[in-house]
Design a protein around this ligand. Structure first.
Ligand code: AMP
Ligand code: ZN
Ligand code: FE
Ligand code: FE
Length: 286
């Protein structure tokens, strides 16, 4: 067997969103596993990055890249939700942080409205409890669902979605919207490069991918831990044909589920990271 080419893991979560490890714990695990380049990409937040960088400074073998995963709406009709990854941006950018703060605040208001709806249908949960479950992360339906489970209304988080929190459910309220174009501009204005996450999970992705370049997206995930070899190969060919960078990572959350893919288990070669960095800095110059 030939020596494995060195790979980056550009998709990782911490307790700053729905991951179970703190940023410092995640960085220690990355170092232990010998990952040399990584990006922490929490949902709609960069709040974990200070802690992650402080810990990374103690592991000279590990280079940490600024990252985020923003939820956005597909530009296709009925295209649903997309996840957009951002890299190499300035996380002190005031416009970016203001948008993220507003988005998280709107998500809180939306969470409170779902809690009100639950009270209306005789399944009250405490808003304070939902906030405590979210524990500083952006409030989402899984947190409301967990509060319902704790109150004994339903056996599992999944069950709380069926008929209650799923789209069209009795307690459902839509999350605040960000268009894909807006999300890309947020990242670009902050000097970064934008990449579509796990494209196969997007509706009609074969129609979506050819439109990414015109919106300013520079790549999409192909080296994604949960994609099988055939899917990765197909996405690599598509990236090549469309002139987009094949990115990726483990999307590790430390959920502890059987078979969970660990940090460093997937990701692009370091040449792709260099190209991402070059594109981000080219964007800053002009
Ligand atoms: P939100 O962003 O608040 O609308 O919540 C979306 C999250 O809810 C997704 O990332 C999933 O983790 C979770 N989710 C969505 N649908 C289901 C479902 N049917 N069962 C369990 N979790 C779900
Ligand atoms: Zn997540
Ligand atoms: Fe995602
Ligand atoms: Fe993710």
């Amino acid at each position: 067997m030939s020596a494995r080419e060195e790979r980056a893991d550009l998709h990782l979560h911490t307790t700053a969103s729905d991951g179970r490890l703190s940023p410092a714990e995640l960085v220690r695990l990355l170092a232990e596993r010998g990952v040399s380049v990584a990006a922490v990409t929490d949902h709609d937040s960069t709040e974990g990055l200070d802690e992650a960088e402080r810990e990374a400074a103690r592991h000279p073998g590990l280079r940490l890249i600024t990252g985020i995963e923003i939820s956005a709406d597909s530009p296709l009709d009925e295209g649903g939700d997309l996840h957009l990854l951002g890299y190499f941006f300035d996380r002190a950018d005031a416009a970016l942080q203001e948008r993220l703060r507003a988005f998280r605040e709107e998500r809180e208001q939306r969470g409170e409205r779902m809690v009100e709806r639950l009270a209306h249908i005789g399944k009250p949960v405490e808003w304070e409890r939902v906030l405590a479950i979210a524990d500083g992360a952006s409030v989402g339906r899984p947190h409301v669902a967990q509060a319902m489970v704790e109150r004994g209304y339903i056996a599992s988080v999944r069950g709380a979605f069926d008929g209650y929190l799923n789209d069209g459910g009795t307690a459902f309220v839509a999350r605040p919207h960000i268009s894909l174009e807006d999300a890309v501009q947020m990242i670009k204005h902050a000097g970064g490069a934008a990449v579509l996450a796990h494209p196969v999970y997007a509706k009609d992705y074969e129609r979506l991918l050819p439109r990414l370049a015109e919106i300013g997206v520079v790549g999409f995930e192909a080296h994604y831990a949960n994609f099988d070899a055939e899917t990765r190969q197909r996405l690599l060919s598509l990236a090549d044909r469309l002139g987009l960078l094949p990115c990726g990572g483990s999307d590790y959350h430390a959920f502890g589920a059987p078979g969970e893919q660990l940090p460093g288990s997937a990701g692009p070669p370091l040449s792709v990271v260099a190209e991402l960095e070059r594109l981000a800095s080219a964007g800053r110059r002009g």
